[in-house]
Design a protein around this ligand. Structure first.
Ligand code: HEC
Length: 169
């Protein structure tokens, strides 16, 4: 009985300490603060399994149609992605170096993800990171699928092609 009471007392003390740490302002929300390895690992894991479970949308027929892919390049260039993720021949905006977590290189990432996963992330964003929800920002599903089509081909897109596809018309 005494042992149980001791454990209960310790649990209450621990809860109070945690509350003081977070609600007393001791925890730093600074983006410049590095994450502990364990926190970094846990956040990445939670993100990956969450995206895997939620991403179930079916792509439209003919996803890799050249017209759709080129429209995707234009959308990618105009909607803001390029600021944080860069594009063939286009540098990431300087401010993206201040994002925490930092935005991945989509050329490398896109082949690791299914089209449904890419679609879901672009549509919904990733909470508490700099990755916005483009559905909230007004993008229609078709426009998001166009961007997905473009991302899937990204490793093979030359700077010259990207320039032509995104030229103002
Ligand atoms: C304001 C900066 C910002 C903008 C604008 C932005 N992103 Fe991101 N994006 C991020 C950050 C930061 C991450 C990393 C999030 C993480 O590590 O959990 C990310 C992650 C991603 C991922 C990887 C998700 C995964 O599965 O791990 C994809 C794909 C992506 N962005 C695509 C896009 C596309 C396409 C656009 C434009 C429609 C876009 N992003 C616009 C900041 C941005």
């Amino acid at each position: 009985m005494r042992i149980l009471a001791g454990i209960g007392g310790l649990a209450i003390l621990a809860a109070v300490a945690v509350a003081i740490f977070f609600l007393g302002g001791f925890y730093s929300v600074a983006g410049a603060e590095p994450d502990l390895n364990l926190v970094h690992w846990a956040l990445a894991r939670v993100r990956t399994v969450s995206i895997n479970r939620h991403a179930g949308d079916q792509p439209p027929a003919g996803l890799d149609d050249p017209a759709r892919l080129q429209a995707g390049a234009r959308a990618f260039a105009t909607i803001g992605c390029v600021n944080c993720h860069g594009a063939p021949g286009v540098k990431w905006a300087k401010f993206s170096e201040g994002l925490h977590p930092d935005p991945p290189d989509l050329k490398e990432l896109a082949s690791d993800r299914t089209v449904a996963q890419l679609f879901w992330v672009i549509k919904n964003g990733i909470n508490m990171t700099g990755m916005p929800s483009f559905a909230l920002a007004g993008a229609k599903d078709e426009e998001i699928w166009q961007i997905v089509a473009f991302l899937k081909k990204l490793p093979g897109v030359s700077e010259a092609d990207y320039k032509i596809w995104t030229a103002a018309r």
